[in-house]
Design a protein around this ligand. Structure first.
Ligand SMILES: [Zn+2]
Length: 519
């Protein structure tokens, strides 16, 4: 169902513009006429859809997991600009292992002007043409896979009603590129948005299977991809043009009841700060709190975060002439920088040489740009290497970060096999790849045999209290974790979770067995 049109991009030939390309104003005007949008101010459409969770795939080389959106509906007012999309989700919770209902609600208002939100209005085929008419666009002819397009490009400075569109954090204007086919229909729109892990992230939306409603053309099929995999898919079943109830459609309902909010909220898997996308609204994550460190053993520190609930901790381990960090770059660049700064404060005389990530998920890699900028070798199983290298090697011009400024090339060590040992005269640290874990391939735990300390991420959540109820059915990750510790015969006294538990504490093998009802 996904057209490979762009992923392959087999033959792209740029034609001599004089003969082929029409005047850009004519191209935009003709397409607007063909699409029937000249008197379109707002639109409401509905159908069935699905959201893909960017950066949360179970294997770094496979598509983002999709969550169906039932009763998908979206209203857009191009004049404000504003948009609201709604839907119902039903998915197995990673926390309870039960099917839980959830609500999807994406609201874009003139007040949340960040491109991460606003782009969803301007990458629609109708929004693209309206923005193209309001900005200084250029056109070129291009043939893709034997099909001829007029490709219209422009920096987005104005919305459709000449509202100013803010530039990127780095001061660059955002860009839109649209592919208009021989019938004047917009088949593809591209833009780029800053992302702490992926850099200048290409957002590509394909519109196919056009239908007609009283002169308005709309695509029955929408596929949006980010970092190469779909983050949104929809079958549009019907549209309303300039709906009289547009303001009502744009008005968000009261907040979801707590039970639904909890079902849609943080489990062991989702990012604490989910990336914006068709599936997500929301703004920039709050600045990370100051890290604090806690000595677990001589030369072994938990680099923590306050307040601790749901926070991400790193583990810093001292060797004779360097330091190793486990989970060095979660969440975002600021968090990665804070972990590095705190580690340097604890070990002022030794360089941080290795940064071992627990797994490739976006909430555990969002701060890796800071790690790469520091010249730290990122260590992960081979299955994740190319994925991380690709993301950290992308241009970072929209929001130049420490990595962009350092000019450094990321160094990623992909180790093969199920084990990687770091050892010198003073310390031994073992990495073990978990087997049989549904959550992520290439998830590693770090084990210090002498200190009997083990650290992990995203395998399970214990009940709120060690004495709390045993989840029924048991959380699969917990079973896998316990089985792996047994299989590897690890002698563990204290277990550190990257995600702080509630209440915050280290746990033991006995706690985990108890949570499974095992002795
Ligand atoms: Zn994860």
């Amino acid at each position: 169902m996904i057209r490979k049109w762009g992923a392959t991009l087999l033959v792209v030939s740029l034609m001599a513009s004089s003969a082929a390309a029409q005047d850009v104003k004519t191209v935009i005007a003709n397409a607007s006429k063909a699409m029937g949008i000249d008197s379109l101010n707002s639109i409401h459409y509905y159908g069935s859809a699905a959201n893909g969770n960017l950066g949360q795939n179970n294997n770094a080389n496979q598509p983002w997991p999709m969550t169906p959106l039932n009763d998908y509906s979206r209203a857009i007012d191009f004049t404000q600009p504003a948009s609201r999309a709604t839907g119902l989700t039903l998915a197995v919770s990673v926390v309870t292992s039960r099917l839980e209902p959830g609500v999807f609600n994406q609201t874009i208002t003139p007040a949340n002007a960040a491109w991460a939100q606003q782009l969803e209005i301007w990458v629609t085929p109708w929004g693209f043409l309206k923005a193209a008419a309001a900005n200084a666009a250029t056109v070129r002819a291009q043939t893709v896979d034997g099909r001829r397009y007029q490709v219209v490009s422009f920096d987005v400075k104005n919305g459709a009603s000449s509202q100013a569109v803010p530039a990127s954090p780095g001061g660059r204007p955002y860009r839109l590129v649209g592919y208009i086919n021989g019938q004047g229909l917009v088949e593809r729109v591209q833009t780029w948005v800053e992302n702490s892990f992926f850099g200048d992230l290409l957002v590509e939306s394909d519109y196919t299977n056009y239908r007609d409603y009283n002169g308005l053309k709309y695509p029955a099929t929408i596929v949006q991809t980010r970092a190469g995999w779909p983050t949104f898919e929809a079958q549009i079943l019907g549209v309303y043009v300039n709906p009289p109830n547009i303001q009502q459609l744009l008005t968000a309902p009261p907040p979801a009841p707590p039970v639904l909010a909890a079902a849609a909220g943080r489990g062991v898997a989702p990012a604490a700060a989910p990336p914006p996308g068709p599936g997500r609204g929301g703004g920039a994550p709050p600045p990370p709190p100051t890290p604090t460190s806690e000595k677990l053993a001589e030369g072994v520190y938990r680099i923590s975060q306050n307040p601790s609930a749901g926070a991400y901790s790193a583990l810093a381990v001292e060797f004779a002439d360097h330091v190793l960090l486990f989970e060095p770059g979660p969440q975002n660049e600021a968090r990665g920088l804070a972990i590095i700064a705190e580690t340097k404060r604890v070990f002022p005389k030794k360089p941080i040489r290795y940064g071992v990530i627990s797994h490739h998920h976006l909430d555990h890699t969002g701060g890796l740009a800071a790690v790469a900028a520091e010249g730290i070798t990122i260590v992960t199983p081979q299955v994740n290497k190319a994925y991380i290298e690709r993301a950290l090697s992308a241009p970072r011009t929209l929001a130049p970060d420490s990595l962009a400024k350092s000019g450094k090339k990321p160094v990623v060590e992909g180790f093969t096999g199920d084990k990687r040992v770091f050892q010198d005269a003073t310390r031994t640290v073992e990495l073990h790849v978990m087997k049989g874990l549904p959550h992520a391939d290439g998830n590693v735990v770090v084990y210090l045999p002498k200190e009997k300390i083990l650290a992990y991420a995203d395998m399970f959540n214990l009940p709120n209290e060690a004495s709390g109820p045993v989840p029924d059915p048991p959380v699969r990750g917990t079973i896998v974790f316990a089985d792996n510790i047994e299989r590897l015969k690890l002698d563990v006294e204290r277990i550190m979770s990257v995600h702080s538990l509630v209440p915050d504490r280290l746990t033991s093998v006995a706690d985990i067995k108890a949570s499974l009802g095992r002795k």
